[in-house]
Design a protein around this ligand. Structure first.
Ligand code: AMP
Length: 553
């Protein structure tokens, strides 16, 4: 469980506390609660904790709190095994230091041009985060000077050992000032790491985040590997197909509760946020609404969901993986209550797989991998729901008038009832299609009239009042969709700005998960077409192509 200490009880500096509040962390994770006070006191620290426990903040927050902003020479050096981690740690520093005026952190790693790093080093930095090899290079060239170094952090020391960096690490340790503080973090403590600690750390505080084991019997646990599909898309597919009574979704920060609720609402799922910033009274109202079935989905942080006891919660979905195993146990304890069966689903990104194992160990239960509902599953579900709706309507509504309308139509047009019903079904499902479309491969042949003007502006008749543009339209496919956050306005904006197609000439836009279809006037000139390959919408190159069966009108 997240610890009972509050961030503002930890003697961190005001600008750092302000940043934490903005990022939205509710309370320190166990490793933070244990490490921060000692690091603030200047003590050496030996921490055994894995990625995902909040260890970056465990050292970044106290070290930043003690930074002397008037000295623009490296005071903190963090060594990491990989460039990815170096970048990530540097970004974390940047985030937590957002209220320290003039703060500079520099990631240094092999593969990045040396001159960029040199330039930034010369301009002055407070924190350097780097891989051992490149840090050594800079030290040898004397482009990195550590005379003012206060603290050295060894992050993921066991990984550095595995990658053969230990000698380099020791060499660097020997080139730091006598009086520096050292924090060594490692997921495991093999003998070599212990030896480094014994040789270089002075009377270190030892922090170890142990996971207690507990059993969770009434709850079935599954995990989904976060790949390709976005978490939000995965969530909405699960919401659509998984039979649930009420679902409690866990995210890591207060801001994320609100953001996810907004996104769910936009996709038609009414839901509410529960976080520590929301006044008690309003929180109680939300819990009450959940109990009374006026909402079925609540998005919460760990702290806000503490003690939440609503029997109808059939599902707990861990949208963000918890920060420690106890939080996990606590989270999934919100379901399977009062002897009911519960379901727990966990989203796990590749870099979080350690936490998955830790959770399995702690709960002494394997967690089964689940597949996302496929498009066929979605379609089956939608068709079933549609049929149920027909049945319910026949049973509950007075349909005499509508029967007459149908009968009139049948006689006037000489159509059979089956065909009429099919047409109506088609109309009814337009907003939420019963056939969930598969992605289509782009068409090979791209025939364009090279010399025509952009968008066929010159020849194309105006769009009728409120109606779609007249004249021949061609359906194009662009490789940007819901997964990338695309909305019609982004697509219209890009087309208008980049190739000057006026909004009124842009026809129907259909946005799917990973791509969209746009109707444009026939005759796009080649240069415009070429240009649109590269134009980005929501950070994604459009890669426009003629859709299969491109002629839509
Ligand atoms: P780390 O173990 O440093 O890789 O951190 C894992 C994740 O936890 C990062 O995404 C952090 O932003 C997040 N995090 C760190 N501290 C907290 C906290 N006290 N509350 C919630 N999330 C946190």
């Amino acid at each position: 469980m997240s610890s009972a200490v509050r961030f503002d009880e930890l003697a961190l500096s005001a600008p750092i506390l302000a940043a934490i509040a903005e990022v939205g962390y509710e309370s320190p994770s166990p490793i933070q609660a244990e490490s921060i006070p000692s690091l603030l006191e200047g003590r050496d620290l030996l921490g055994q904790a894995q990625t995902g426990t909040g260890k970056t903040a465990a050292f970044a927050l106290p070290l930043l709190s003690c930074l002397d902003m008037s000295v623009s020479e490296p005071q903190i050096l963090v060594l990491t095994p990989t460039r990815e981690l170096a970048i990530q740690v540097a970004e974390a520093f940047q985030t937590y230091a957002r209220h320290l005026k003039g703060f500079h952190v520099l990631p240094v790693y092999g593969g990045q041009p040396m001159h960029i790093q040199l330039q930034r080093l010369r301009r002055g930095v407070h924190v350097v985060v780097g891989t051992p090899g490149r840090v050594m290079d800079h030290l040898r060239r004397k482009t990195l000077k550590l005379v003012r170094l206060k603290t050295l952090v060894l992050d993921e020391a066991d990984e550095m050992l595995k990658m053969g960096f230990l000698d380099d690490v020791e060499w660097i340790l020997d080139h730091t000032p006598e009086e520096r503080q050292i924090a060594l973090f490692s997921a495991t403590m093999p003998a070599q790491i212990r030896r480094v600690a014994q040789r270089h750390l002075r009377n270190p505080v030892e922090v170890r985040i142990e996971s207690k084991t507990s059993t969770v019997e009434t709850t079935t646990q599954r995990f989904w590997r976060v790949t390709g599909t976005h978490k939000l898309d995965a969530l909405t597919r699960i919401l659509e197909v998984e039979p649930f009574d009420a679902m409690l979704i866990f995210v890591r920060t207060k801001n994320a509760t609100v953001a996810l609720v907004e996104k769910l609402e936009a996709r038609g799922y009414s839901s509410a946020a529960l976080n520590g910033d929301i006044p008690q009274k309003q929180r109680e109202q939300t819990v009450d609404r959940l109990k009374r079935k006026s909402i079925d989905i609540v998005v919460a942080t760990d702290v806000a969901a503490r003690g939440l006891n609503v029997e109808r919660i059939s599902h707990v979905l861990n949208y963000d993986i918890p920060i420690d195993t106890e939080s996990y146990v606590h989270r999934i304890g919100r379901t399977g209550r009062a002897g009911r069966k519960g379901e727990a689903i966990l989203f796990v990104a590749p870099r979080e797989r350690h936490m998955l194992r830790a959770i399995e160990r702690a709960t002494r239960q394997p967690i089964e991998e689940m597949q996302l509902p496929t498009r066929e599953d979605l379609a089956t579900r939608r068709i079933d729901q549609f049929k149920d709706k027909i049945t319910a309507t026949i049973e509950s509504q007075e349909l005499g008038f509508f029967e007459e309308v149908v009968e009139q139509y049948r006689q006037e047009h000489n159509k059979d009832l089956r065909e009429i019903a099919a047409a109506m079904t088609y109309l009814l499902q337009l907003e939420r299609p019963l056939i969930v479309k598969e992605e289509r491969a782009p068409r090979e042949d791209r025939e364009f009239r090279r010399d025509d003007r952009p968008g066929g502006r010159r020849r194309d008749p105006r769009r009728g009042k409120g109606g779609p543009p007249q004249g021949r339209m061609v359906c194009y496919r662009i490789e940007v969709g819901l997964d990338h956050g695309a909305q019609p306005k982004n697509i219209v904006g890009a087309l208008a700005n980049e190739v000057g197609i006026d909004g009124q000439y842009i026809g129907q836009i259909k946005i799917f998960d990973t791509f969209s279809l746009v109707d444009l006037p026939e005759g796009m000139p080649n240069h415009a077409f070429q240009h649109l390959q590269k134009v980005r919408v929501c950070g994604q190159p459009m890669n426009i192509s003629l859709a299969r069966g491109g002629h839509s009108h």
